[in-house]
Design a protein around this ligand. Structure first.
Ligand SMILES: Cc1cc2nc3c(=O)[nH]c(=O)nc-3n(C[C@H](O)[C@H](O)[C@H](O)COP(=O)(O)O)c2cc1C
Length: 210
């Protein structure tokens, strides 16, 4: 299947139901290669991908279950309710045959860390669009499991690495519909505003309020 970028952007939708079929290795390699073409300042390539396929998903699902259990225990819920909710939470990570944990290295000053985080998000979007073109479904998740220090520790990531997404990947078993709400307003700077804006600069740079 060949798709224009415009078509892939619109065809990519969050897929939550997947066929159990494994994803051929060359398709996984292809989406990772597309991810690596994302813009990244100073070519830091800050992203790190961890592929969890089949049984390799189980430790992450089990960690999610354990974290949910701990959270609910702290709330003092009844034991059977805790177990049911914790099991459901863990099972949610087993919907697709492949999970890709996308981590971002966070080194250097604040600007570099921000840029690297943004570049990693761009890499994820590349990955999702490439997957769409290849007929694969994706689901970008984050949430508590992505920010839990235990997740970094489980996979031997540095404590400062940030997990930007846990991407579900597989052949879709659903075709989601539904579009987008009208976008928030766009501001165009009008030519007539330009002199006033330029006039502000000296005061801004001097640190006085305009
Ligand atoms: C950073 C990020 C985290 C997300 N985390 C979740 C999540 O934890 N659970 C969920 O149901 N959807 C999650 N989503 C998916 C969005 O809810 C989804 O993209 C949105 O509803 C639009 O639907 P679409 O992807 O089909 O266009 C996440 C998306 C992003 C970008």
């Amino acid at each position: 299947m060949s798709m224009s970028v415009q078509e892939a952007i619109r065809a990519r939708r969050t897929i939550k139901d997947y066929r159990p079929d494994p994803v051929p290795r060359q398709l996984i390699d292809a989406v990772l290669e597309a991810a690596a073409w994302a813009p990244n300042h100073h070519l830091t390539q800050p992203w790190r991908f961890i592929i969890l396929e089949g049984v390799a998903r189980l430790p992450l699902a089990e960690l999610r279950r354990a974290l949910k259990r701990r959270e609910l225990q702290e709330k003092g819920l009844p034991a059977d309710q805790i177990e049911a909710e914790a099991a459901e939470s863990g099972a949610k990570l087993l919907r697709a045959p492949v999970l890709i944990v996308v981590a971002c290295q966070q080194v250097g000053d604040e600007i570099r860390r921000e840029e690297d985080y943004s570049a990693t998000a761009a890499a994820i979007q590349n990955l999702l669009l490439a997957a769409t073109e290849l007929g694969l479904g994706t689901f970008w998740t984050s949430g508590p499991i992505a920010v839990a220090p235990e997740t970094n520790a489980l996979f031997g990531l540095d404590p400062s690495d940030r997990i930007v997404g846990i991407i579900h990947l597989g052949f879709p078993a659903e075709s989601p519909s539904g579009g987008r709400r009208p976008p928030p307003p766009t501001r165009w700077i009008e030519p007539r505003e330009v002199p006033k804006l330029i006039d502000r600069i000296d005061r801004l740079v001097a640190g006085t309020r305009p």
